[in-house]
Design a protein around this ligand. Structure first.
Ligand code: ACO
Length: 398
């Protein structure tokens, strides 16, 4: 039975540039590129759904594994399906030695971990059992494999970059706990595991931001899923996409104590500068992920016995709500998540890789979904240079 199709209009705030060939929608802002059943955002009211479920409920009751299943298979798993899925994820908790070698070599030379992820994912593609199988089943298997591989690569890079021995993954731990275990070599406490797990749940998909679009452009050429994910990682690396939580955390470190927060923000705004972790292209209300993660950060700060950063952020938030909310600028997820990463002892350069570790699920799900409605992306550019320029032989050129 076909569902009734509702007519939904996305209001565009996009800048249209007039060109000799017609209007150009700068940055493709609000241009629709596909239909999806994976996630939906109501930016006006600050609501996010995954497969129709509100993020608030999923964050409260589900783990990363459960939500990853939901994103990839389109339904919440029953108990047996979840156990099988967890076992499958755990069964892929290993990397070929050559892939370890790519990632750790880049760690040793202190290459950015996002570069190591790009290279590691491409290298993993070389070991696919059946590279010519482009079926949905094969791509789902690759999606799960990639989801298991990314945390291993991140931890291997981290340890190699610090001259530490590798900690091999454990199959008996959850996805989040195994990641922290591989990073720091000891089993994490429950609150720390929850901090990573919830972060992963909240970042797993967000419709079609630049990195997902890059993945779609790549897969639209019928390239392999590993290459498409490498494109997604490459795109997420840019500071305009990943990375604002690091900038927000550095801001709190600069503020130093809660009493300094108001003056700091007022001065920054008076100078026409931007407050990091505030504002969003789509959300014109409080980012629902930020609202959820704020409470986690409070709990983690209590558990770690360090409320300083949470208190500073709370003071900053008061000024934001007073001065910027009237302009529809509110805290986004990065406003709070940098504090959690900092309290967990994760170095700044790994904040974006952890984002990728979650978003790989959304990227792969979108790529698989797009192959069902496939068309090669091929936009046009408006040429504004000269034509038929007379060719001048090299010796006669000025
Ligand atoms: N602090 C102060 N003022 C801001 C901020 C901010 N963080 N963000 C936007 N504004 C102001 C702009 O100065 C501008 O003011 P004006 O109209 O008086 O000139 C107005 O709001 C609109 O700004 P735009 O840049 O057009 O808004 P856009 O929707 O393109 O920006 C963005 C979204 C890029 C996220 C922006 O809010 C920003 O730079 N925020 C800080 C960085 C950040 O936190 N990024 C994380 C995004 S969330 C994520 O990726 C998970």
């Amino acid at each position: 039975m076909s569902e009734e199709v509702k007519e939904v209009k996305i209001e565009t705030s996009g800048k249209v540039i007039q060109s000799p060939c017609g209007p150009i929608i700068h940055g493709l802002e609000d241009v629709l590129v596909k239909t999806t059943t994976i996630s939906d955002i109501d930016g006006k009211n600050g609501i996010l759904w995954y497969r129709g479920y509100r993020i608030d409920e999923l964050a409260k009751y589900s783990t990363f594994e459960e939500v990853a299943y939901l994103i990839l298979y389109g339904k919440l798993p029953n108990r047996k399906e979840l156990e099988d899925f967890k076992a499958l994820l755990a069964s892929y908790r290993d990397l070929p030695n050559e892939v370890y070698s790519v990632v750790t070599t880049l760690g040793k030379v202190k290459a950015h971990p996002m570069l190591a992820l790009e290279a590691g994912v491409a290298a993993l593609g070389a070991f696919d059992e059946n590279p010519n199988d482009y079926s949905k089943e094969a791509n789902l298997r690759r999606a799960i494999k990639l989801t298991s591989a990314l945390p291993i690569m991140i931890a291997a890079h981290y340890r190699a970059s610090r001259g530490l021995d590798l900690v091999k993954p454990r199959k008996d731990l959850s996805h989040a706990a195994n990641f922290l275990y591989m990073m720091f070599g000891k089993e994490p406490d429950e609150t720390s595991t929850k901090a990573i797990d919830l972060y992963l749940v909240l970042h797993i998909d967000h419709e079609v931001p630049a990195s997902t679009f890059a993945t779609l452009v790549a897969i639209s050429t019928w390239t392999d899923l590993y290459s498409a994910i490498a494109a997604g990682i490459a795109t997420l690396k840019g500071p305009l996409h990943g990375g604002a939580n690091e900038a927000a955390m550095k801001q709190y470190l600069e503020i130093g104590k809660p009493e300094n927060a108001r003056a700091y923000v007022e001065k920054l705004l008076a100078e026409g500068k931007r407050l990091m972790g505030v504002g969003h292209r789509v959300y014109k209300a409080y980012d629902p992920r930020a609202r959820i993660y704020k409470e986690l950060v409070r709990q983690l700060s209590e558990a770690k016995g360090d409320m300083t950063w949470y208190r500073i952020a709370e003071e900053v938030e008061k000024v934001v709500l007073e001065k910027l909310a009237p302009k529809k600028l509110y805290p986004n997820i990065d406003f709070w998540s940098g504090i959690a990463m900092y309290l967990l002892g994760i170095p700044y350069e790994y904040y974006t890789p952890i984002f990728a570790m979650s978003r790989v699920v959304g990227w792969t799900a979108h790529a698989i979904e797009y192959l069902d409605q496939h068309r090669l992306f091929r936009p046009r550019a408006c040429y504004v240079g000269p034509h038929d320029v007379p060719y001048v032989p090299i010796d006669k050129r000025q």
